[in-house]
Design a protein. Structure first.
Lengths: 325, 249
């Protein structure tokens, strides 16, 4: 028995249409796979950069590394390194790697909304380019993690404020003292009473001032007397026939005496020159005397020997020999 | 209530259908004709209309997401949210639901009638394997249809998203590529492909199993269709939920 027409009437080119759809499906799936590979950078040449962070919270695989707001890299892997720090491996496409230099700074920022953001800053684009596989420390900036510290400090500040404004606080004591001072400022002796701590003291100061004034007046008299004394002294010393004039005359006389003395000295000097000459002559004469003495001695010796000779030859010579029997 | 054995049988049928679909020997001219017919009915006939409706809904959703993102100051996340919600989740589910309601119900009715009338036994007696010649080609046809509709409309949705976000300017392309590249992680891509394939298989397999599970009584035909549709709905929800959990948890 044949089935009761289970298949509807034949459709024209049904297999062709099905094949077309099948082709379309294959093309779509292949296109989708290629698109995903391209979008994920599978066809891009990349360079590795390792960022070391204290805490990688908020960073996920696939997160971007941005430079001036433009993504220049993508987190490929996050792991805990041997020293307990987070090691974030970033793949940077070779076409974008020129934005990163050896002096570049990397930051990890956490906002109140969304995940953490990795950012790169390059101060000088002329610095040497970042080598492949470079390791860099990440600076952290976190809006929320400062909040507890901020709150703690705020509390501290508020405690201080409370302490300052308490009833027994130093500030209150100062204000009370200030009030006392201002009250005394408006008293009989004004600021002086306030400064010296009472009207009695202020009174004493005023009395002392009065006495000083009296003292100053008597000092004025003394100075006037001293002035007249000085005038008189001036007249005695510097006036006509005063000490100064006499002194001047004495000086003139002394001058004349000195001139005389100078001429006497000159004469003495000439005498001395003469004496020097005499001395020199005496010295020369003394030298001649020595020679003369020598000659005299020689002559005496000759005469002596001559006398001896004469004595020997002289018949009357005295017999000097003792003849023994 | 459907017995557990029946559910297992259904899972078994889906597995057998999948295995048969991967066997080249199964594609003889008769089976190919049934599969071609199924693709024609499930995909060719509805392709323009479905694409249009899907594009309109996508456009609406994209606008809503972008507007709300802007209002909350989260416009940077608009593209990612749109692609995740629309391309990864809604469009494949929408395609599976559409094919299931249209072709799944038809397959269910057709197979239950063949089952009640004994057409399948007749085929078997004539030396033709009803599984290979009548049932598996329908599953293959449905799978191709769901995959085709899902991927085509995902592409349309991506184009629409780009247009709504950046207009006709090409300058948004690098950012668009980068963000969609992040969304289509290996896990998400494999998940999307596997999920779409599973949707395509269950859209025909569950109605067929439901049809074959009822006693051969004329009055049981509507019951079989009802059970098939409910089971299909549940299966789609379970698959979607499972993949969501795997991707995001």
């Amino acid at each position: 028995m044949e089935p009761e027409n289970p298949v509807p009437p034949a459709i024209r080119h049904v297999e062709l249409k099905a094949a077309l759809l099948l082709l379309l499906m294959v093309a779509l799936v292949a296109g989708f796979v290629l698109y995903v590979l391209y979008a994920r950078g599978a066809f891009q040449e990349t360079q590795k950069l390792v960022l070391i962070a204290d805490d990688s919270e908020g960073i996920a695989v696939g997160a971007n590394l941005t430079f001036s707001g433009f993504p220049v890299g993508r987190v490929q892997r996050i792991e805990l390194s041997q020293n307990g720090k987070a090691k974030i491996e970033v793949e940077v496409p070779v076409k974008d790697v020129h934005w990163l230099r050896t002096t570049s700074v990397f930051t990890l920022e956490r906002g109140l909304v969304g995940g953490a953001r990795l950012r790169a800053f390059t101060g000088n684009l002329d610095d040497p380019p970042l080598p492949a596989g470079a390791e860099r420390e990440v600076l952290r900036g976190d809006a929320t993690e400062q909040l507890p510290v901020l709150l703690a400090r705020m509390r501290q500040v508020l405690d201080h404020m409370e302490h300052i404004t308490a009833d027994d606080s130093d500030l209150n004591a100062i204000l009370a003292n200030l009030r006392a001072v201002s009250t005394s400022l408006t008293g009989r002796y004004g600021a002086l009473g306030g400064l010296l701590g009472g009207d009695e003291n202020a009174k004493k100061v005023i009395e002392a001032l009065d006495r000083s004034n009296a003292l100053l007046a008597s000092l004025g008299d003394v100075s006037a007397k001293l002035g007249s004394t000085l005038d008189k002294t001036d007249a005695r010393v510097f006036g006509a026939g005063g000490v100064m004039d006499q002194t001047q005359q004495a000086v003139v006389q002394l001058n004349a005496v000195l001139s005389d003395a100078r001429s006497s000295l000159k004469k003495a000097d000439a005498v001395l020159v003469e004496a020097q000459k005499v001395g020199a002559n005496t010295a020369a004469a003394t030298e001649d005397l020595a020679a003369l003495r020598a000659e005299v001695e020689a002559s005496v010796r000759k005469i002596s020997s001559l006398i001896d000779e004469v004595n020997r030859k002289w018949p009357f010579k005295r017999d000097t020999e003792i003849k023994l029997p | 209530m459907e017995p557990i054995a029946s559910r297992l049988r259904r899972a078994g049928f889906a597995a057998v259908a999948f295995a048969t679909a991967l066997t080249p020997a199964a594609y003889d001219p008769a089976a190919r004709r049934v599969a071609a017919n199924q693709i024609y009915f499930s995909a060719w006939q509805i392709l323009p209309g479905f694409t249009l409706v899907c594009a309109a809904l996508s456009w609406l959703l994209i606008r809503i997401v972008i507007r709300i993102s802007n209002e909350f100051g989260l416009s940077a996340y608009a593209l990612e949210v749109t692609v995740r919600v629309l391309v990864l989740e809604l469009i494949p589910l929408f395609a599976a639901l559409f094919v299931g309601l249209r072709s799944g119900a038809a397959i269910n009715t057709e197979v239950v009638l063949m089952h009640i009338r004994g057409d399948l036994d007749v085929l078997q007696r004539a030396g033709r394997d009803p599984l290979r010649h009548e049932l598996v080609p329908r599953v293959i046809g449905s799978a191709v249809s769901v995959t085709l509709l899902a991927f085509l409309n995902c592409a349309v949705a991506l184009l629409l998203t780009y247009y709504v976000m950046y207009g006709a300017s090409p300058w948004g392309l690098p950012q668009f590529l980068r963000i969609t590249g992040e969304v289509f992680s290996p896990l998400a891509t494999i998940g999307l492909s596997l999920k779409t394939l599973l949707f395509g298989v269950v859209v025909a397999a569950i109605p067929i199993t439901s049809a074959l599970a009822v006693p051969r009584l004329q009055r049981m035909a509507p019951v079989a269709v009802m059970r098939g549709m409910v089971s299909l709905m549940l299966a789609l929800v379970v698959i979607e939920g499972t993949f969501l959990a795997i991707t995001y948890i």
